[in-house]
Design a protein around this ligand. Structure first.
Ligand code: NDP
Length: 439
């Protein structure tokens, strides 16, 4: 029952999951007897707080901070922090809810949580970012800990922001521990954490294609976004012989059929913190479409002909009209790098048409899985090489694919990895909750 109409994204995520859980609930009356769904839908704890900070003009600014500690049946709460003006209680709650199932699917001992602030890092000076991060952590530090709740990055939160927050935590607690992941490799971060979500997403796509006797070689790919997930998705695509031909940011889309110049995108986004339109200054054969010129019923990037689509920017960025265009243009696979980037109607279309579809919960789980590997390294005060981490990441992504695929087959829907991933994750969490009694 919808009791809070403002929580649109949260209800969307809940509906998507509950729909696919129907067969497992029917098959196992114990889940109803133990009121698992009712308990799962209610976060164990939600923290909302004021984040006051002083801008470069000496003016006091105030933002809203959030941390949702959703479910700890399988381990400490784990999930990223998002800094974006659109962040609100519904968005943090949908992300936290999804995170429970994603983390369970990795097979690693991590619970689900998420957080963030309605802070816009764009156009802020480095000093402003630092003051904001310090203020955010001044409240958050009392709720987190290496065995309690271990935040990481997400949209708007990368190594720089994690550094400022970790520094403040250390100062307040007088402890150097594994309380956050996504740290710099210089001081406790894991090799390959930066690349992990994008790399994992492509490993997942590879499994999807292999299962259909196809390979990544020569595939033309549309990759939305140009942030952390998009960049390292594109990098791994090139390494495996595929070709990203389009990417985007919140101002527009670049289409470059010769292949996206990834070094330039990294320079613009990671070094200059600039806008993608700058790409055209050196590539006059690339086409740029500003958001004002997007089709009325969707996004420009999904209107190009390609073999695989990787939505890697944000929630609800690919709707049913976009899905229809992709299908008409003969798309072979759609793999979600972002969280809930496809609307429910779009997912339904892909599933109906038996398109190879990798749901975000499974396909983008490489990031949080590598975060857990970072926690393991921190706890044992060891450090693994990039090759060691990559080997584990590939192994985890294969296992996630296999679990989702086998579960989909078990329930008679071999092409529906949405159902397979949701049920596989759910069973782990639900069984752990039953074992731990009514808490
Ligand atoms: P970043 O902040 O690094 O990048 C986000 C990118 O998406 C930016 O290029 C941003 O453009 C673009 N973007 C944001 N909104 C829109 C929009 N409406 N239209 C087009 N582009 C847009 O975030 P991440 O790459 O870390 O995260 C991307 C997605 O992946 C999110 O859904 C996140 O939850 C998910 N995810 C991330 C993980 C991680 O390890 N980082 C792990 C698992 C999931 P601009 O620069 O203009 O803002």
């Amino acid at each position: 029952k919808r009791t809070s109409p403002a929580q649109t994204e949260f209800y969307q995520a809940v509906e998507e999951i509950l729909e696919s859980l129907a067969p497992v609930l029917e098959q196992n009356p114990k889940y109803r007897q133990h009121s698992i769904i009712e308990r799962l839908l209610e976060p164990e704890r939600q923290i909302m707080f004021r984040v006051p900070w002083v801008d470069d003009d000496g003016k006091i600014q105030v933002n809203k901070g959030y941390r949702i500690e959703f479910n700890s049946a399988l381990g400490p709460y784990k999930g990223g922090l998002r800094f974006h003006p659109s962040v609100n209680a519904s968005i943090v709650k949908f992300l936290g809810f999804e995170q429970i199932f994603k983390n369970a699917l990795t097979g690693l001992p991590i619970g689900g949580g998420k957080g963030g602030a309605n802070f816009n890092p764009k156009g802020k000076s480095d000093a402003e970012i630092m003051r904001f991060c310090q203020s955010f952590m001044t409240e958050l530090h009392r709720h987190i800990g290496p065995h309690t709740d271990v935040p990481a990055g997400d949209i708007g939160v990368g190594t720089r922001e994690i550094g400022y927050m970790f520094g403040q935590y250390k100062r307040l607690m007088n402890r150097f521990d594994g309380v956050m992941t996504g740290k710099s490799k210089l001081w406790g971060g894991s090799a390959l954490r930066t690349e992990a979500t994008g790399f994992g997403c492509v490993y997942f796509a590879q499994e999807l294609l292999n299962h259909r006797d196809k390979s990544m070689e020569g595939k033309r790919c549309l990759v939305s976004g140009s942030g952390n997930v998009a960049i390292y998705t594109m990098q791994k695509l090139y390494e495996l012989g595929a070709k990203p031909i389009a990417c985007s940011d919140s101002n527009g889309t670049i289409y470059h059929p010769q292949g996206i110049n990834l070094d330039l995108v990294k320079e613009i986004k990671e070094v200059r913190h600039g806008r993608l339109i700058e790409y055209c200054e050196t590539h006059d054969d690339a086409e740029y479409t500003a958001t004002e010129d997007y089709p009325d019923d969707g996004e420009a990037i999904w209107r190009y002909e390609a073999d695989i689509a990787f939505p890697c920017a944000t929630q609800n960025e690919l709707n049913e009209h976009d899905a229809q265009c992709l299908l008409e243009n003969g798309i072979e696979a759609v793999v979600e790098g972002a969280n809930m980037p496809c609307t429910q109607a779009a997912v339904d279309l892909f599933v109906e048409q038996c398109t190879a579809f990798g749901p975000g919960k499974a396909a983008n789980a490489g990031g949080v899985a590598t975060s857990q590997l970072e926690m393991a390294q921190n706890a044992s005060m060891t450090r693994w090489t990039a090759d060691e981490v990559d080997e584990q990441l590939q192994c985890i992504m294969r296992r996630i694919y296999r679990d989702a695929q086998h579960t989909a087959e078990e329930f008679g829907h071999p092409h529906n990895l949405v159902l397979g991933a949701n049920i596989a994750g759910f069973r782990r969490v639900a069984d752990a909750m039953i074992d731990q009694g009514v808490v």
